[in-house]
Write a protein that binds this ligand. Sequence first.
Ligand code: GCW
Length: 676
Amino acid sequence: ETGRDAWLRYARLTGHIPSALPSSIVALNSSTSSPVHTAGQELQKGFSGILGKQVAVSSTGKQASSAVVGTVAQFQKAFGSSAPNVSAELIEDGFWLSVKGSTVQIVGQNERGALYGAFEYLSMLAQGNFTNVEFATNPAAPIRWINSWDNMDGSITRGFGGASVFFADGLVLSNLTRAAEYARLLSSIRINAAVVNDVNADFHTVNSTNIQGVGRIADVFRPYGVQLALSLDFATPMELGGLSTYDPLDDGVIAFWGNITEQIYDRIPDFAGYLVKADSEGTPGPLVYNRTLAQGANLFARPLVPHGGIVMYRAFVYNQLPNESDWQADRANAAVNLFAPLDGQFDDNVVVQIKYGPIDFQVREPASPLFANLPQTNVALELQVCQEYLGQQTHLVYLPPLWRTVLDFDLRVQNETSLVRDVITGERFNRRLGGSAAVVNVGANETWLGSHLAMSNLYAYGRLAWDWSLDSEAVLQDWTRLTFGTEPTVVSTISTMSMASWPAYENYSGNLGEQTLNDILYTHFGPNPQTLDNTVWGQWTRADHTSIGMDRTVSNGTGFSGQYPAEVAAMFESVETTPDNLLLWFHHVNYTQKLKSGDTVIQHFYDAHYEGAQTAAEFVGMWEGLEGKVDEQRFDEVLYRQTFQAGHAILWRDAIVNFYHNASGIADEKGRVGTH
Ligand code: GCW
């Protein structure tokens, strides 16, 4: 039993199966590259797997006692006035689903929506849900992308699930079976586009051979309604084009990108657009020529306009490495400093893609203040499904509760309710474009991410990107039933473990907003608190023998708290009103500083680390309780990971508590830390 089908296993349902089920499948488009055709094939596969029922698919037929899938227009054409009249309820990618006993109608606003509707119906069946329903559903936002940090040599930056399913040896793989299987998973969670190459892009990606190659990836994505997108290297005009400059205002450079864009659309007419990491961690960009980031972004946006493509321009920009001897220096300030003055200067098809926090995918960060500073710019949220700083899939860390701290954060722009989730959907500032991207980094491992349980994060990302108000635990339980079956003990155990997992990881990694205290120089894995300071990466803790934390106040520190709107800035400016869990993000305090909980900072460190490691240890016994209820292979593979996590959590605990015990010389009230 491998994990390749993830949550799309269509395992046979045990228990009562009602007799009123469709006796035929009608998919109203028979072209094999069409998502509606795919929907017909999926329904057939699902009926066979879930129900043990063999049902024929055709492209014509009656509605009664059938499962019919198609677009609004295809239903009109096939059934005229007896077609369901739903077009007013649907926006792009939305669908309407009606299940009435054996008659099932799945109507998409477009073909992609129709396929989403088929997957929704199959998800109901696979969870043993045979109720009659009739509803329309629409996406919260049009941009529901994933990013892949795959390199052309087949390696994956921060990939923890094996080699690339897209590239090897500088070329696109000839066998794209896994890429197609990945697109199937993505479409079932309503992801509509995927960037396939690393943001530290290789200019060879857009040479003529590789444009043909990525065209083949687009071909295997297309039947699933997943559009292809590419990361670009800003200096390509020089490196590939042989020009003497990559200045975004240079006519030759403009013509170069126009030409590349035309070549791409010749091969991939439904190409989604570009992702750009520029002027960041050593990558080239417009700042090299004293041009603005907006000029850089618009360079790519303009040739995309006639084709409907968009540019995702990353806000993760910092080439000016900070110097720790300067108390006011702060990498967290970079994005707002660079982007806020440009608000209103980005073209309509540019979207600024903003990491959830101002630093880098830490175990806890405040919401990036940039979300409050670009009311006249399209923005999207960047999340990370791969657990770069969060255990790299060897630890169970269910991420939606972390994501929620950002999504549900109220930025109080102009003293009005301004939830991050309403900013990214475009609702708060009335923007047409918006949404999200998640860095996923699946690989050729049979489990995709290297861990069965980690796949809940990918599943949940897609579900949330469609509807950011969904409950983290409810989504997780859907995933669990689809992945491991409907047995209640399995569902409740995985749910309890997963919901406890991020708090546990925070407890034994970095507390109080101090960031994940892992090795910052290379691996980003395992405890290494001494690497955070005295580096140019600016992920400092400023810990010494008496005190710890980054002073990000306006009055005495880096001024970062002043990047938020007034009400939020005031809250973070003072120790008294800053929540404990972000105290050390915003303030430099003594180890003996009292928290709102009544504990001191140092005692909280000690207690939290013991508590977190204890929780990780309990996961092992909880999982063992599922023996015989989960197939042997997946049972063993998860047990192996949980055993590792339990051990690694002890290593984390002891490394961190000893480090701060040595630094502070303050004894643990409970006598656990230090030599005896
Ligand atoms: O988190 C950091 C990673 C880099 C990554 C960078 C980014 C791909 O450690 O590996 O580069 O962020 O997001 O650009």
